[in-house]
Design a binder for this molecule. Structure first.
Ligand code: ARG
Length: 560
């Protein structure tokens, strides 16, 4: 059993001390600058309970002390400032140190989440939007799994449709063109635009491909394979969990599309309009086109088939789509149609975890240098190069193989963290200088905070000493313990809102708390029992930072 945080225990106690509370009442417990914890939520109940706010707060305050609560003061109009006992705080350090899960519960046990992320397109360059989806999706996969859930990763790559008929036709007509696949795609596209005869041969090729023509299929397979090798290379460099086995591309739904259209028409969810089979949703500008007037199926049909497959065959309790915010109308319509068709039952949650755009340092949509055929690989290489320089400058005596490894961990970590630490829905600025800064909310700062703790622990010797709960505590120590205590709540919060940035903010504040602790409290030079207790605090903080970074997919090297 995981021991709940003091904040959670206090919230429960406050709720119990009130005569009645409305559903969903939140006592709003948080870390306090005036005491250990503060609760601001009681105030809001004064009106519904018809009580003067300060009096209501005083009644609650009187009922709280005992156990871990040492003292409660009413402040301002009716806020509660709560001081905990030193024994409870130090006892918690011992408890968390003994718990390999560091206070993180298993609320996702028995929950299957189908996670749709990364999803680049065959024969096209993976762009920064795909990078964002890959990084956010990877963090969510790790967090949900850590919370006891089952994650079914689905890489919904674009690998079907007219453009692939076009490319196959081009390859058949230009066997001597051996430029990179993405380049040939661009050439083919230009030809498609300029030459109506080629365009019509391309359309015929799509029909052949979708009809199972062996030559077209062979060419298609080769193309998909070449692209997936490139995707795998990017995933490997990034160190994300995705593998080739997670690919469930648009093409995999091809055999289901006619059934999808037929069922939607039969149940009246879709109807024919101007020759196309459409689902009309309330308030939407345009319908969702299930089958085009030429009989072909597009992106919406594929997503409808995917929803049905994910619920029925993959047995999803929750489906999360990590896709950029511009596709919000598409997913609203897909979810709405799937609900009406009964394919997405009310107990299955469908979430569009939308993210903002990636902007360059100039504030405009991020563009990679033209002519670069593998821009993401180049981008990541550049980050690793810069990080290697940063690490070398800080630690010139690091041997070359270690330097290379640290440079990779710091550089890739920086790219991921810069992305994850921005609230998902906001646009995010890709700025290599800022993401590699040693101070501020960066992964490098967290990695250094962690490495510094490890070096203190290495000097302290082997075992972490037992915590002495009767020792005095400085304010900075109390603050650090309370931060550590909140880890489980934060990780659970990341999962419920699909918001990795909450974990980033937490880790940054934890690193700041431990820095303040260092400045005020000597560790190895203190007398016992302070020395032992402080070593224990360092050990718990180091483990929490390393676990937290690990959940974001970022390495925590013991030395930098
Ligand atoms: N391949 C698409 C793109 O690059 C994203 C696919 C998102 N997932 C989905 N189920 N529609 O925009």
């Amino acid at each position: 059993m995981v021991v709940p945080s003091f904040a959670a225990l206090l919230a429960a106690r406050i709720t119990a001390a009130l005569p009645s509370v409305p559903p969903g009442f939140d006592p709003q417990v948080r870390l306090s600058e005036h005491a250990d914890l503060q609760a601001d939520g009681v105030l809001a109940l004064a009106r519904p309970l018809r009580r003067p706010p300060r009096q209501l707060a005083t009644d609650v305050a009187d009922a709280l002390p005992g156990g871990f609560v040492a003292d409660v003061r009413v402040a301002g109009p009716g806020f509660l400032n709560v001081t905990l006992t030193g024994e409870a705080l130090l006892g918690r350090v011992a408890e968390r140190l003994a718990d390999p899960r560091l206070g993180v519960g298993l609320p996702e046990t028995g929950v299957r989440t189908v996670l749709d992320y990364s999803h680049p397109n065959v024969a096209k360059e993976m762009h920064v939007g795909h990078l964002r989806s890959t990084i956010i999706g990877d963090a969510l996969a790790r967090v949900l799994t850590h919370l006891g859930g089952t994650v079914v990763r689905q890489n919904h790559i674009g690998d079907w449709g007219t453009q692939y008929g076009m490319l196959i036709q081009y390859l058949a007509e230009h066997p001597a063109d051996t430029s990179a696949l993405t380049q040939r795609y661009k050439t083919a596209y230009a030809l498609f635009q300029a030459d109506p005869a080629f365009a019509s041969r391309s359309r015929a090729r799509v029909v052949a491909l979708q009809g199972g023509d062996p030559d077209s299929l062979a060419a298609w397979h080769a193309m998909v394979e070449e692209s997936t090798r490139y995707f795998s290379d990017v995933y490997e460099r990034l160190g994300v969990l995705l593998t080739a086995a997670d690919i469930a591309g648009e093409s995999s739904y091809n055999p289901m599309l006619a059934g999808v259209a037929g069922d939607l028409a039969a149940t009246g969810v879709a109807r024919v309009s101007d020759g196309a089979l459409c689902v009309f949703a309330d308030g939407a500008d345009a319908p969702l086109i299930v089958r085009k007037s030429d009989g072909g199926f597009g992106y919406p049909a594929t997503d409808l088939a995917a929803v049905r497959h994910r619920v029925t065959t993959l047995r999803a309790d929750r489906i999360v789509y990590v896709v950029d915010a511009r596709q919000a109308p598409h997913f609203r319509m897909v979810f709405d149609a799937a609900r009406r068709a009964g394919w997405l039952p009310p107990e299955v949650e469908a979430v569009h975890a939308a993210f903002g755009m990636v902007l360059g340092a100039d504030g405009r949509p991020f563009k990679t240098r033209s002519g670069d055929t593998a821009p993401l690989v180049g981008l990541l290489g550049e980050a690793v190069e810069r990080a290697t320089a940063v690490v070398a400058a800080k630690n010139p005596s690091l041997p070359a193989p270690e330097l290379a490894e640290r440079g990779r961990e710091v550089g890739i970590g920086a790219v991921k963290y810069a992305d994850l630490s921005t609230s998902r829905t906001r646009d995010y600025l890709y700025d290599p200088d800022r993401m590699m800064a040693l101070t501020g909310n960066t992964s490098v700062y967290l990695q250094y905070a962690h490495a510094r703790l490890r070096s203190v622990l290495a000097k302290a010797g082997s075992a972490v000493p037992p915590v002495r709960a009767d020792a005095p505590l400085e304010d900075v120590e109390r603050a650090l313990i309370l931060r550590l205590d909140g880890f489980g709540d934060v990780v659970a919060g990341v999962a419920s809102g699909c918001e990795p940035h909450r974990l980033c903010t937490y880790l940054f504040e934890l690193a700041q708390a431990v820095t303040a602790f260092y400045e005020r409290c000597p560790v190895l030079k203190s007398p016992e029992p302070l020395r032992g207790n402080r070593i224990a605090l360092c050990a718990l903080t180091a483990s929490t930072l390393a676990t937290g970074l690990g959940l974001l997919g970022i390495a925590a090297p013991p030395q930098l």
